[in-house]
Design a protein around this ligand. Structure first.
Ligand SMILES: Nc1nc2c(ncn2[C@@H]2O[C@H](COP(=O)(O)OP(=O)(O)O)[C@@H](O)[C@H]2O)c(=O)[nH]1
Ligand SMILES: [Mg+2]
Length: 575
C-alpha cells in the first residue's frame, strides 16, 4: 500500500488488533485450521496490492476479459477445464513462472497492474471439484470479485450458489455479462442485463455494478479493428476499473476485506456455539431429570422404609402385649406349682410370648431387603434407558465438529461409558446375591448392636437369641417374685415389677433391632445413590465444562462481532 494518512494508519492498527483477537479466539476454541488460515491470509492481504479475483463458470470468458483489459491476447483462452490453472497477473517484466501444481504467475509491463494484482481462476465447475476448491481459496482473500457470466446462459444455477458464497464472505462484487456480441438486438441485451441484475439483487441485497460487454470485440478493437470498440461496450467497464475504483475506494475495499472474512467466521462459529449450546441443553435437561429421579428415589425410600419399619415395630409390640397377658395369667396363686418349675415357665414364655416373632421379623426384613434391591436395580434400569434414548436422539443431528477438540466424540464416549456401566449393572444384576449381601450387613449390624457374636446365625436365630435372653431375664424376675409372693403374699406389687421389667426388656430389644436395621438400610440407600452418581459424574463434569466454554466463546464472539460491525461502518463512512 502507498502512503497512508494518520487516520488511515490508526484504522489499520485497530483492524489488525481486532482481527488478531479473532484469530486468537478461533485458535483457542479449536476452529478448523482452514478457517484460521483464511483469516490469516486476509490479514496478510492488508499489506499486499489490491487483489481483483475473476470468477465465474468455466468458459464464460474470464480469461478473455482479462486479455481485453491488457489489450493483448497474453493468456490462453478457450483452454479445456483439465488444463487450466489459477493465474496471478502482476506488474513486471514479461515473464511466466510456475508457482506450484495449480498456480502460475504472469508478470507484464502493463501500467494498471502496478495498482492491482489480477487473479484468473479456472472457474467453478461441477465436474472438476478441485477447481472450485482453488477458486474458493482465492475468494476470501480478494478485495474485489469480478463475476463473469455469459450472455448466452446468464446466471446459471451453479453461478447462483457461487455468488451466495461470495456474499457470505462479505465481498464487493462487480458483474460482467460477457459475449453480448452474440445477441442481435439492443433490447435482448437489456433483457439479459435486467435478468442478471434482478437475480443478483435478490441474492446480494444490493444492486451491484454490472457491465454487459464483449471481451472478444474489445480485444480486437484494441488490436486494430477500431470500429468494434463502440459495439464492445468495454469503455464503461474500463472507466470503472481505472477511475471510479480510484486509490481511496481501493483502499476502502482492502480495509473491508478482512472484516468481511472476520464477520463471516464470527457468524459461522456463533452458529456452532448456538447449536452446541442447544445440544448441551438436552444433556443438562437429561442430567436434571436423572438428578430429580434420584432425589425422588431417595424420598420414596425414606417413606417406604418408614412404613416397613413400622411393620416390624408392630410385630415387636405384639410380643410386648403377649408378654403382659402372659404375666397376668401366669402370675396367679392358682398356678403356683406350675410356676415353681423354671424350665417349664421359660418354655411357656417362649411358646406364648416369643411365639413366631423371629420368623415374622425375618420375613419382614427379607421383604425389606428384596424391595431395596429391586429399587436399586430399577434406578440403574432407568439410567440406562435415559441414556440410550439420548444417544439415539443425538445421532440424528450430528453437529459439525469444532476442530480437533472433537466434542461429539468426547460426549458420546462419556454417555456411552455411563450407559455401558448401567447396562453392565442391569445385566449382571444378581438379586439373590445382592439381597444376601444386604442381609449379611443387616445381621452384622443387629449383632453388633446387641454385642453378640454374629457368627453363622441367621437374622431369625439372632432375634430368637435376643428374645430368649429377654425371656430368661424376665422369667428370672418372675421366679424371684413368685417366691416372695408365696412367702410374703404381696403378689400385686411383684406382678407390677415383673411387667415393668418385661416392658423394659422388649423396648430395649425393639430399639436395638430397629436402630441397627435403620442405620444399615440408610447406608445401603446412600451407597446405591453414590454408585449411580459416581457412574454419571464424568458425563456431568464434561457437560458443565462444555457449557462454560460455550458461554465464554459466545460472549467473546459476540463482542468481536460488534467490534467488526462498528469498524466496518467507520470504514464505509470515509470519503
Ligand atoms: N462470442 C464471444 N465469445 C467469447 C467472448 N469472450 C470469450 N469468448 C469465447 O469463449 C470461450 C471461453 O473463453 P475463456 O476466456 O477461455 O473463458 P474462461 O474459461 O471463463 O476463462 C473462448 O472460446 C472464447 O473465445 C466474447 O466476448 N464473445
Ligand atoms: Mg480461463
Amino acid at each position: 500500500m502507498g502512503m497512508l494518512s494518520k487516520d488511515q494508519e490508526s484504522l489499520l492498527k485497530e483492524e489488525r488488533g481486532l482481527m488478531n483477537d479473532l484469530r486468537t479466539a478461533l485458535v483457542k476454541f479449536e476452529a478448523g485450521p482452514e478457517d484460521e488460515a483464511i483469516l490469516r491470509e486476509s490479514i496478510r492481504q492488508l499489506d499486499e496490492l489490491f487483489l481483483l479475483v475473476v470468477v465465474g463458470e468455466f468458459n464464460s470468458g474470464k480469461t478473455a476479459v482479462i486479455n481485453a483489459l491488457l489489450g493483448q491476447p497474453l493468456l490462453e483462452e478457450g483452454v479445456t477445464p483439465t488444463t487450466t490453472h489459477v493465474c496471478l497477473i502482476r506488474h513486471g517484466e514479461q515473464e511466466k513462472n510456475v508457482l506450484g501444481e495449480d498456480q502460475i504467475l504472469v508478470t507484464l509491463p502493463v501500467e494498471f497492474l502496478s495498482a492491482m494484482t489480477i487473479v484468473d481462476t479456472p472457474g467453478t465447475n461441477a465436474v472438476i471439484r478441485r477447481h472450485e476448491a482453488i477458486t474458493n481459496l482465492f475468494v476470501p482473500r480478494s478485495d474485489l470479485v469480478l463475476f463473469v457470466t455469459s450472455a448466452d446462459r446468464p446466471f446459471t444455477e451453479s453461478e447462483r450458489g457461487f455468488l451466495e458464497r461470495i456474499r457470505d464472505w462479505g465481498k464487493k462484487v462487480v458483474i460482467v455479462i460477457n459475449k453480448v456480441d452474440i445477441l442481435e438486438k439492443e433490447e435482448e441485451i437489456t433483457k439479459v442485463k435486467d435478468f442478471v441484475l434482478e437475480n443478483a439483487r435478490l441474492l446480494l441485497g444490493v444492486v451491484p455494478e454490472a457491465f454487459a460487454l464483449s471481451a472478444r470485440g474489445a480485444l480486437r478493437a484494441k488490436q486494430g479493428e477500431a470500429r468494434l470498440w463502440e459495439k464492445s461496450r468495454f469503455a464503461p467497464f474500463e472507466e470503472y476499473l481505472h477511475n471510479t475504483l480510484d486509490e481511496s475506494s481501493r483502499l476502502q475495499l482492502k480495509f473491508l476485506n478482512p472484516l468481511g472474512v472476520g464477520a463471516r467466521l464470527t457468524e459461522k462459529y456463533l452458529g456452532k456455539v448456538d447449536s452446541r449450546t442447544a445440544s448441551l441443553k438436552t444433556d443438562l435437561d437429561l442430567l436434571a431429570d436423572v438428578e430429580s429421579q434420584l432425589k425422588f428415589y431417595q424420598e420414596d425410600m425414606q417413606r417406604n422404609f418408614g412404613f416397613r419399619m413400622a411393620d416390624i415395630d408392630n410385630i415387636l409390640l405384639g410380643m410386648e402385649k403377649r408378654g403382659q397377658v402372659f404375666f397376668d395369667e401366669t402370675f396367679r396363686l392358682g398356678r403356683v406349682f406350675d410356676l415353681l418349675s423354671k424350665p417349664r415357665i421359660q418354655q411357656e414364655f417362649e411358646r406364648q410370648v416369643v411365639a413366631d416373632l423371629p420368623r415374622q421379623v425375618e420375613e419382614k426384613v427379607t421383604q425389606l431387603i428384596d424391595w431395596l434391591v429391586e429399587s436399586d436395580l430399577r434406578q440403574w434400569q432407568a439410567i440406562h434407558q435415559h441414556l440410550s434414548g439420548r444417544r439415539r436422539g443425538q445421532s440424528e443431528r450430528i453437529i459439525g465438529d469444532m476442530g480437533p477438540g472433537n466434542y461429539s466424540y468426547d460426549r458420546d464416549r462419556l454417555v456411552e461409558a455411563v450407559a455401558r456401566e448401567a447396562r453392565r449393572v442391569v445385566e449382571g444384576y444378581d438379586r439373590d446375591r445382592e439381597a444376601k449381601t444386604v442381609a449379611d450387613h443387616a445381621r452384622t449390624a443387629v449383632a453388633a448392636s446387641a454385642a453378640l457374636e454374629a457368627g453363622a446365625l441367621g437374622l431369625g436365630a439372632l432375634v430368637t437369641t435376643l428374645a430368649t435372653t429377654a425371656a430368661a431375664d424376665v422369667t428370672g424376675v418372675l421366679l424371684a417374685g413368685l417366691v416372695a409372693a408365696v412367702g410374703l403374699i404381696i403378689i400385686p406389687a411383684r406382678r407390677q415389677h415383673g411387667k415393668a421389667k418385661l416392658n423394659e426388656k422388649i423396648a430395649a430389644l425393639r430399639a436395638q433391632l430397629s436402630g441397627s436395621l435403620r442405620g444399615q438400610f440408610e447406608k445401603e440407600v446412600q451407597h446405591s445413590l453414590e454408585r449411580i452418581q459416581e457412574a454419571i459424574a464424568p458425563y456431568t463434569r464434561f457437560v458443565r465444562a462444555e457449557r462454560e466454554k460455550m458461554e465464554e466463546m459466545g460472549k467473546k464472539l459476540r463482542d468481536l462481532k460488534t467490534g467488526i460491525e462498528r469498524l466496518s461502518k467507520k470504514i464505509e463512512s470515509i470519503r
